[in-house]
Write a protein that binds this ligand. Sequence first.
Ligand code: ACO
Ligand code: BUA
Length: 442
Amino acid sequence: MYMEEYRKKCVSADEAVKVIRNGDWVEFAWAATVPGLLDDALARRKDELFDVNLRGGVIITPMACLECDPAGEHFTWNSWHLGGRERKMVQKGQAYYIPLKYSELPRYLRENVKTDVVAIQVAPMDAHGYFSFGVTVSHYAAAIEKARAVIVEVNEDMPSVHGGYDHAVHISKVDYVVEGGHRGLPILPSAAASDLDRQIAEYVLPEITDGACIQLGIGGMPNALGKMIAESNLKDLGVHTEMLVDGFVDMVEAGKVTGMCKKLDRGRIVYAFAAGTQKLYDFLRNNPSVAGYPVDYTNHPFIASQNDQLISINSALEVDLTGQVCSESAGPSMISGAGGQLDFVEAAYNSKGGKSFICLPSTYTDKNGQLHSRIKGMMTYGATITDTRPTVQYVVTEYGKVNLKGLPTWQRAEALISIAHPDFRESLIEEAKQLKIWRKKA
Ligand SMILES: CC(=O)SCCNC(=O)CCNC(=O)[C@H](O)C(C)(C)COP(=O)(O)OP(=O)(O)OC[C@H]1O[C@@H](n2cnc3c(N)ncnc32)[C@H](O)[C@@H]1OP(=O)(O)O
Ligand SMILES: CCCC(=O)O
């Protein structure tokens, strides 16, 4: 029934990107869903375009339109969350980070920012005229609402996914369809878990009980924990997460995930976007036990916290002695982004029986081989605060875990120094004294 409309809208990638004009803002790509043909076609238009602002994030593959214009004379890349490539570009001044509380992204797009064109990769159209957003549900529906033009690049390999709402776009809202054929999906191997990651995860595992609902963040430590959960005796777990990774499939295959104790989306795994191996992408394809939702549903603390025993596990770069957490920058130099960390820190604490864990190795070795404590008297100058101190609950290193909720500054300092690397504890006590957060012993 919708095939005629589909056919009428089919154009080549070069034809489709002609709709992009000088001065436009284009919502373009997210994680595993870079529209490769549109990217190449846009790069070919470089010399005729100026001041085109592209937006996206968590990019895991090379992109022609970023590489063809390193000086940023034609295209400016603005990232909601830096993947490794974007981090290097931002550090060289070739791209910019957009501060983000991820649950709010759809609202930014609806109410706060300009979006002229949306150019995204989607799954093939179904019999009802819908293109599933596949592995990136996140914010694409919101971006489309305000755009002057919508281009979809169809990837035959993009899994069609089940969802709650806004997990697909109808042909009637699309201006141009570019048929991409079988383009595969980029593989994001699970970050390898180190021994340290496993030691940290050992402190978190006993805090998870049967029936808990799990969110895992990005990095080696959350992956280590996912593996441990898969190998544990836990049962009847639920999943309500932002990013779906292979670790969750391992838990499902090990029979740990039933979702039967979830208050929302009972029996279903809820996610906003996914990136991982082919095993993950195959798992998602037409799987009724999985629901892709926009990120203002997955991450909104009021919504996520309705699941009891919500357990949130995220990584950080440094923590100061009062409990402020930086997870996104090394001093002023951006590493990644805030993403959904604060959303889930808040959501887990607001959930009945929920707990939030900020996990980090106690030290960091710099490029000159020098060891630094990640627990600091004061944050490194210029560091970004991802989680303010009242929001933070458990902090975990390889030396233990402490719960900061409700503690005065001196108890926070005491607790955090107890899980700092032993070589730094004395100097941290001295700093705490200087900062007047070390209680004078009677
Ligand atoms: C996804 C969800 O479901 S919800 C929310 C999750 N989102 C978040 O938590 C957002 C913020 N968190 C993050 O971005 C990540 O978890 C991080 C960055 C904190 C940790 O991720 P990991 O992959 O474990 O970090 P890793 O230790 O590999 O460090 C990343 C980079 O930062 C660098 N780095 C780490 N610490 C420091 C430091 N103190 N100073 C300078 N650079 C540092 C590392 O060298 C590495 O650089 P490289 O990739 O060029 O080698
Ligand atoms: C924004 C995507 C990833 C994250 O939350 O860290």
